[in-house]
Design a binder for this molecule. Structure first.
Ligand SMILES: NC(=O)c1ccc[n+]([C@@H]2O[C@H](COP(=O)([O-])OP(=O)(O)OC[C@H]3O[C@@H](n4cnc5c(N)ncnc54)[C@H](OP(=O)(O)O)[C@@H]3O)[C@@H](O)[C@H]2O)c1
Length: 307
């Protein structure tokens, strides 16, 4: 680390590295793409809307003309879109150094993905689980690769219930409960993935990160814009800019000292804001039985096997 705190200045040279960022057109993903390309990486910015993606790419290229950004369509709420993306990516690339599973939705009303999964768990966890599994062969081929899963402080409100994992027919569904469960899944998956890499002697690390509370479009799913404007003077105390919120995932992705199975988050205001450091997730996220059950269930639901 150059200074007292880890910042984008600490990101090493990334020339020759290939990085995928899901949901790269907005918020933390957008900031992460900007930081990766500014250090010379080739970044695949995945977006569910190519129009939004084009605008975001132009925006970055205006400030970093040499930025190498490849825009690719990926809808994490649709398994065939994930399959198409991974096929196309593997046809055009021979390596993948960093996969940042960043995209997400928060507190949406009860709805289903194309494949019939509850939408928050389907997008935030199952979509990224399938994506990682489909890219596993290329991650394995790339020495020192990394998978970064973006979780949340909200994992602490998540409760696993394998008998009603996806709130069948909306049974017991509360937008915050389902979001919390999806973010707990991100952590259970990270720790189990790290275990999988170690057991199979795969030279890849699984690391989790959370951004504290950051100023992005995430809240637009649950809070009307005019309420956000009214709340703004109060929220400034605990909300940080997206550029700060992206630092934990950037550190997890690039710090040479980062270890598999670690969790990065902000270092102050009860982890709501600050500079990235190693933080602790709750006990539920370390339940090995739940991690294994989730893994098996996710393989079954997505039909993606890790091998
Ligand atoms: N902001 C915070 O305070 C906060 C706190 C804790 C955790 N997080 C986590 O941080 C991550 C990034 O969120 P953000 O805050 O940067 O929010 P954001 O500005 O809303 O960005 C979310 C990104 O995910 C994409 N996305 C949503 N559904 C998708 C789908 N089905 N397929 C592909 N992409 C999809 C969005 O695409 P569109 O632009 O098309 O909607 C957008 O690019 C999420 O995992 C979130 O849970 C954020």
């Amino acid at each position: 680390m150059n200074g007292k705190h880890w910042t984008t200045k600490d990101i090493p040279d990334l020339k020759g590295k290939t990085v995928i960022v899901t949901g790269g057109n907005s918020g933390l993903g957008f900031e992460a793409v900007k930081a990766f390309v500014s250090k010379g990486a080739i970044v695949i910015m995945t977006c569910r809307s190519t129009i939004k993606g084009e605008i975001a790419r132009e925006n970055i290229k205006n400030s970093i003309p040499k930025a190498e950004i490849i825009l690719m369509e990926l809808d994490l709420a649709n398994l065939s879109s994930i399959q198409n993306f991974s096929d196309k990516f593997k046809q055009s690339h021979t390596k993948l150094d960093i996969l940042v599973n960043n995209a997400g939705i928060m507190m949406v009303p009860y709805a289903l993905t194309v494949d019939g999964f509850e939408k928050q768990i389907g997008t935030n966890h199952l979509g990224h689980f399938a994506l990682t599994g489909l890219l596993l062969d290329i991650l394995k081929k790339t020495p020192g690769s990394r998978v970064v899963n973006v979780s949340s402080l909200a994992h602490k409100s998540g409760v696993m219930d394998f008998d009603n994992f996806m709130y069948n027919n909306g049974n017991g569904y509360k937008p915050m409960k389902a979001y919390g469960r999806s973010k707990l899944c991100n952590l259970l998956f990270t720790y189990e993935l790290q275990h999988f890499f170690e057991t199979n002697q795969i030279d890849c690390k699984a690391i989790a990160a959370h951004p504290g509370v950051s100023d992005t479009n995430l809240f637009s799913h649950s809070i009307p814009k005019w309420v956000m404007v009214l709340l703004r003077p109060f929220t400034l105390f605990f909300i940080q800019p997206a550029s700060m919120g992206a630092l934990p995932e950037l550190r997890a992705a690039t710090d040479p000292m980062a270890k598999g199975g670690e969790f990065y988050g902000p270092n102050s205001h009860s982890e709501m804001k600050g500079f990235p450091t190693v933080v602790q997730s709750n006990q539920a996220s370390h339940r090995i039985d739940d991690g294994k059950k989730l893994w098996q269930l996710s393989e079954k639901l997505t039909s993606v096997q890790f091998k």
